[in-house]
Design a binder for this molecule. Structure first.
Ligand code: SF4
Length: 93
């Protein structure tokens, strides 16, 4: 993991979520309608965020377990991580 510096955090200044960060950390069963709606709203904000890729890479590098980052929820990040690892192994073979 790379060191945290002001430069490595610069993308956060453009984050579309900076005025309502709580929206991105829901509590409760993700299948519950209210929670699912919150997650969907957060993902919609991410879809228009100018720093989506940097945000996702930040979360993936730190194995963030909670919340929506870069438009992906926890399960989606886990699947993306497994896919990346599989591709690295295949590429190295
Ligand atoms: S991609 Fe989503 S979570 Fe990441 S900075 Fe943008 S709005 Fe926030």
């Amino acid at each position: 993991m790379t060191a945290v510096t002001a430069e490595s955090l610069a993308w956060q200044g453009q984050a579309a979520c900076r005025y309502d960060p709580d929206l991105f950390f829901s509590e409760g069963d993700p299948a519950a309608p209210a929670v699912a709606a919150q997650i969907e709203r957060a993902k919609q904000v991410c879809a228009g965020c100018p720093v989506r890729r940097a945000c996702l890479e930040w979360a993936m590098a730190r194995n963030e377990k909670e919340g929506i980052w870069g438009g992906l929820d926890e399960g989606e990040r886990q699947r993306a991580r497994r896919l990346r690892m599989r591709r690295r192994r295949e590429y190295a073979a």
